[in-house]
Design a binder for this molecule. Structure first.
Ligand SMILES: Cc1cc2nc3c(=O)[nH]c(=O)nc-3n(C[C@H](O)[C@H](O)[C@H](O)COP(=O)(O)OP(=O)(O)OC[C@H]3O[C@@H](n4cnc5c(N)ncnc54)[C@H](O)[C@@H]3O)c2cc1C
Length: 431
């Protein structure tokens, strides 16, 4: 049996490793156009900022792959031929498969802005984007970042670290407040400005201005303001990268459509990670999960299907994500900011505006947790949500999730006092 995995991001590589464990004798090939070896994509910013070398972002030594008998092919796949069971490769002979996993990840969104393809205008997803950024940053004094998500703030920080003046255009009324509640979102607005990054809220890109040589020289916003810049970072979200499906009979929606077993509409073809769109069973919306840890989970789950050892449908379990907004660490678990019927929120923020905790709960117990500027134990947070402990119990047990208390200032006495007071006043309970 020969399994080909298209994409060497976290989903593809997690699938390969799990499949090797489940099927020690099978032939496994990983194809990727971006790089021969897997590296950690979220570490792109650390390379640029000089905190890590590229070599250090590779979780496995280059010799590891041969030891595991995982063949690596560096090539761009141009077409999937499901009837002949082969991949057409750019500039190389086609590659046959018995089973295929598509794990092609995401691509940066472009919304057809005039000037979006000028030199100096770019997204940030791949090593190729990073290389371009080095070249663009060399000649830049000013940059404009368009779109206030996680990658936008990272790109702003990266350019700012090189002494480039950054103007950050965010469509929403507060940074990422389509995801974050007002308290946390407000903290990040302050953090961005405190770092000297110019944050313009409720502002969108209208068009990019050509300097006459095909390179950007400014952007014009929807308010008609012209902002000089030599780099425009397009970070208005990402979408599943499904270009490779063109000319194939594999069904696609926004992503590669898969069932609960991560099987596509084509025989022996699976998909996992950012590119996969899981069909909903009822009238709910299909699911696309574009975060690192679900890529890993989906990859490992797909490997079980490929190995013929699938059990039940894929379940991502309790939602988790983490990020760093400049100097503010952020962790989220479960349902925060989803406005679930009957939800109440407890929110504590340190007077210095650098630490915060939110507990979201209903009559049935705790359903979500956010921490900013402090770290709680992952396994405890997950257990609290899985067990649906009551909010009173959570407040009583606040020491439990605290991470390495000897290294951190203990905030929980203050948090407990604030939360206990809030819980005694149910009408004002949601701070
Ligand atoms: C700067 C940055 C910071 C991030 N930070 C975080 C974070 O803090 N937390 C978090 O959860 N997530 C973060 N993410 C998102 C996270 O990296 C993705 O969710 C994850 O990498 C998705 O993994 P994947 O394996 O599905 O796809 P990808 O990592 O995108 O890998 C897909 C691979 O497939 C290859 N490929 C695609 N098409 C073809 C083709 N036709 N032929 C050959 N090869 C092809 C691509 O080149 C790529 O190597 C960040 C992303 C970026 C860019």
């Amino acid at each position: 049996m020969h399994v080909v995995i298209l994409g060497n991001g976290v989903a593809g590589v997690s699938a390969a490793l799990k499949l090797r464990e489940l099927q020690p004798a099978w032939e496994i090939t990983i194809v990727s156009g971006e790089s021969k070896y897997h590296y950690s994509r979220p570490a792109l910013m650390y390379i640029f900022m000089g905190h890590m070398r590229y070599q250090e972002t590779k979780p496995f030594a280059d010799s590891f792959w041969a030891q595991q008998r995982l063949e690596l092919v560096r090539a761009w796949v141009t077409r999937i031929d499901t009837s002949e069971k082969k991949l057409e490769l750019h500039g190389q002979a086609p590659l046959g498969y018995d089973q295929l996993l598509i794990a092609t990840g995401s691509k940066s969104n472009k919304f057809g802005w005039p000037g979006q393809d000028l030199d100096g205008v770019q997204g940030l997803w791949s090593l190729q984007d990073l290389k371009l950024l080095y070249a663009n940053a060399e000649r830049a004094r000013k940059a404009v970042i368009v779109g206030g998500g996680l990658i936008g703030i990272e790109l702003a920080e990266m350019l700012h670290s090189r002494g480039i003046h950054v103007t950050f255009l965010v469509m929403e009324s507060s940074y990422w407040n389509n995801i974050l509640p007002d308290g946390e979102s407000g903290m990040i607005n302050r953090e961005i400005r405190a770092h000297g990054i110019e944050l313009r809220l409720e502002t969108q890109l209208d068009h990019v201005v050509d300097d006459g040589t095909g390179r950007c020289r400014a952007v014009v916003t929807n308010h008609g303001d012209e902002i000089d810049c030599q780099i425009v970072g397009l970070t208005a979200g990402v979408s599943p990268n499904i270009a490779v499906l063109e000319g194939s009979d594999i069904e696609a929606g926004r992503g590669v459509l898969v069932d609960g077993n991560l099987r596509t509409s084509a025989p022996d073809v699976f998909a996992a990670g950012d590119c996969a769109e899981i069909r909903a069973k009822g009238d709910e919306r299909n699911t696309i999960q574009q975060v690192w840890y679900t890529g890993k989970m989906q990859g490992e789950f797909a490997a079980r299907g490929l190995a013929g050892k699938a059990t039940g449908d894929y379940d991502s379990g309790i939602y988790f994500n983490s990020a760093k907004f400049l100097d503010l660490e952020y962790h989220t678990y479960g349902l925060v900011g989803r406005h679930i019927a009957g939800e109440e929120n407890l929110y504590w923020e340190h007077p210095n505006g650098k630490h915060a905790v939110r507990i979201v709960y209903t009559d049935e117990g705790v359903i979500g947790l956010n921490t900013m500027g402090l770290r709680w134990r992952h396994e405890v947070c997950e257990r609290w949500l899985r067990d649906r402990i009551s909010v009173d119990e959570a407040v009583r047990r606040l020491e439990e999730p605290y991470f390495e208390p000897e290294l951190y200032f203990r905030h929980e006495p203050f948090i407990r006092r604030a939360f206990s007071e809030a819980l005694q006043q149910p009408t004002e309970g949601a701070l």
